[in-house]
Design a protein around this ligand. Structure first.
Ligand code: NI
Ligand code: MN
Length: 229
């Protein structure tokens, strides 16, 4: 069965792989661009890159309703348990560590960013995820600045890299093109832009820059649209 990735606006993605639904950074009910509400989404797993509200968003509500297993860094996992998520429904990781889950291997990668939780709790280190699925490798950068670590992350070979391009809080369009050069993925998809005015970007111009300066194929979605491998 093929793998399908749907952009739910901002940094939220739903990845359907095999029989599993993997939800990334569910920020839906308060997102101006999300095409669905948290009450209407299904998930077997939820991956959280860091503690900021625009990533943790509706995770507790969706996990409570669906019984999804939530993967996050150690500090966020501890916080999730205090929000009522059962210990056996959490998987704690830290940077550089990986774990084999039902849908594939999940490795937490470094991200150059911060990670406080919405209530001010310390949220550990910000991260990203390298997903080794049955057939594809997907890299979800999370919120990050341009960093040479991307060179190491790209060494495993990436079929699709998902990068922020919004600027101000993460790398912007120009730095993300440099990130593509370091990662050398087959395809690259932008996120974390056009949610609010401060991070508005022209994705078509960005895609032109990717095509002219890298070997990667840019894939620009609208919220609610999907890409299938
Ligand atoms: Ni953030
Ligand atoms: Mn963010």
């Amino acid at each position: 069965m093929s793998t399908k990735i749907t952009w739910l606006g901002h940094s939220c993605f739903s990845i359907r792989t095999g029989k599993y639904e993997v939800l990334v950074d569910p920020f839906l009910d308060d997102s101006p661009t999300a095409p669905v509400k948290s009450a209407d989404i299904s998930a077997d797993f939820i991956l959280l890159t860091h503690g900021h509200f625009d990533h943790v968003g509706d995770a507790v509500a969706i996990a409570s309703r669906t019984g999804a297993t939530v993967v996050a860094n150690f500090e966020i996992s501890e916080w999730l348990k205090k929000q009522g998520i059962a210990e056996e429904k959490t998987v704690a990781l830290n940077l550089g560590g990986g774990v084999e889950l039902a849908f594939g291997h999940v490795k937490m990668t470094s991200a150059l960013h911060s990670s406080s939780l919405p209530d001010g709790t310390y949220g550990g280190s910000a991260g990203g995820y390298l997903l080794s699925l049955k057939k594809e490798t997907i890299y979800l950068a999370g919120d990050t600045a341009l960093t040479l670590d991307l060179k190491l992350i790209g060494m495993s070979g990436i079929d699709l890299a998902v990068l922020p391009i919004g600027d101000q809080f993460t790398m912007g369009p120009a730095d993300s093109v440099e990130a593509v050069k370091l990662l050398n993925p087959r395809r690259v998809m932008p996120c974390h832009y056009n949610t609010w005015a401060p991070i508005d970007q022209d994705a078509a111009t960005w895609a032109d820059q990717v095509r002219s300066h890298t070997a990667a194929e840019p894939i620009v979605l609208q919220p609610g649209n999907e890409f299938s491998f």
